[in-house]
Design a protein around this ligand. Structure first.
Ligand code: DHB
Ligand code: FE
Length: 288
C-alpha cells in the first residue's frame, strides 16, 4: 500500500527562487535563510519519496478571476513551469502521478470533498520555490526532479477562501485516499505558503513573529485546536497573505496521529525573518 511517511511545511517567497536561479544563496541577505534548509536537503536525499503531494496556491498564474477553484487536483502527467512575467524559471518540467491522482480524486470526492480536476496546468512559485528549497535544482538542460509531484491548488487569493477546519478535514480524507492506493509508494505531503505577510495596503510589510511561532507550536502539538482559528484571526494577526497558512493544515491533517496513530517526530524546525516581505517558517514531521 502507499504510505504517507512525512509532512513538510515551508514558505514559498518568489524572491527565494530568483536568489537560487541567480546564484545569490551565499550573499549575506540570503545565507541565513538557505542555511536553514541544509538539513532538509540532506533529509530529502536520505528519505527520498516516490511522490510528493504538494499543497500550494496558484497566484493568478494558471487560474485568474475568470476561474477560481477552491481545491484543484493536478491529475496530468506533466506540469510545465509557468512564466510569471520574467520567463519560466530554468527548472525541469514537473512530472505527476496520474494513477495515484485519479485514485485520490475517486476517494476524496466520494468522501464528499468536491475537487476540481486539472488535467493540464502550469505551476508557479507557490510550487517551484518549495522544490528549490528542499532539493538542489537539477542541472538544466536535461535534469529531472528526483520524485513525482501531484500539485494540489488551494484558493487563498480571492475571497471566500476555505477555512482551516475544512483544510484539516481534507487532509484526513487525503490520508485515507493515499493509504488505500494499492501500490507500495512512499508519499510525502507538503503544505506551503505563509508565514505572516501582507503585500498590499496600509499594513504592507506586516510580520508577526510571536504569532507565527505560536502557529508552529500548535501545528506540531495541537493541530485540531489550531484548525478552529477563524480567517479573521489570520488576516488580523498574520496579514492578508498570512491566510496562505491554512494550506499547512491540509498536510498536518494527513498525519497518522490525527487518525489515532502515534505522534509524529519533529525532525526540523526553522524560522527566519525576513525574506522579501515575509517571515519564513519550515517544519519537517515524520510519521511513526
Ligand atoms: C511574496 C510572498 C508571497 O507568498 C508571494 O506569493 C508573493 C510575494 C513576497 O514576500 O514578496
Ligand atoms: Fe504566496
Amino acid at each position: 500500500m502507499a504510505r504517507i511517511t512525512a509532512s513538510v511545511y515551508t514558505s514559498h517567497v518568489p524572491a527565494i527562487g530568483v536568489a537560487v536561479d541567480q546564484g545569490k544563496t551565499q550573499e549575506p541577505y540570503w545565507q541565513p535563510l538557505f542555511a536553514g534548509y541544509e538539513f532538509s536537503k540532506q533529509w530529502m536525499k536520505d528519505n527520498k519519496p516516490d511522490v510528493v503531494f504538494l499543497v500550494y496556491n496558484d497566484h493568478a498564474t494558471n487560474f485568474s478571476l475568470e476561474l477560481i477553484p477552491t481545491f484543484a487536483l493536478g491529475c496530468g502527467a506533466e506540469f510545465p513551469i509557468a512564466d510569471e512575467g520574467w520567463g519560466p524559471r530554468p527548472l525541469p518540467t514537473v512530472y505527476g502521478h496520474p494513477e495515484l491522482a485519479a485514485h485520490i480524486a475517486q476517494s476524496v470526492i466520494q468522501q464528499d470533498f468536491d475537487l476540481t480536476l486539472c488535467n493540464a496546468m502550469k505551476v508557479d512559485h507557490g510550487l517551484t520555490v518549495p522544490l528549490s528549497l528542499m532539493c538542489d535544482n537539477p542541472p538544466m538542460p536535461g535534469g529531472a526532479w528526483p520524485f513525482k509531484v501531484i500539485p494540489f491548488h488551494v484558493n487563498v487569493v480571492q475571497y471566500p477562501v476555505p477555512s482551516g477546519a475544512r483544510c484539516f478535514a481534507l487532509g484526513q480524507a487525503l490520508r485515507r485516499a493515499v493509504e488505500s492506493f494499492d501500490e507500495d509508494l512512499n508519499v510525502q505531503i507538503w503544505g506551503t505558503g505563509g508565514m505572516s505577510h501582507q503585500l498590499q495596503g496600509a499594513r504592507a510589510g506586516l510580520i508577526n513573529k510571536p504569532w507565527d511561532n505560536a502557529f508552529l507550536d500548535r501545528l506540531i502539538a495541537d493541530p485540531a485546536g489550531l484548525a478552529q482559528v477563524p480567517h479573521i484571526e489570520y488576516v488580523r494577526e498574520a496579514g492578508s497573505e498570512g491566510i496562505e497558512l491554512v494550506m499547512w493544515l491540509i498536510a498536518r491533517g494527513a498525519m497518522a496521529d490525527v487518525a489515532g496513530g502515534p505522534a509524529p517526530t519533529l525532525k526540523h524546525r526553522f524560522f527566519h525573518v525576513p525574506a522579501s516581505n515575509t517571515a519564513v517558517g519550515h517544519l519537517i514531521l515524520e510519521n511513526n
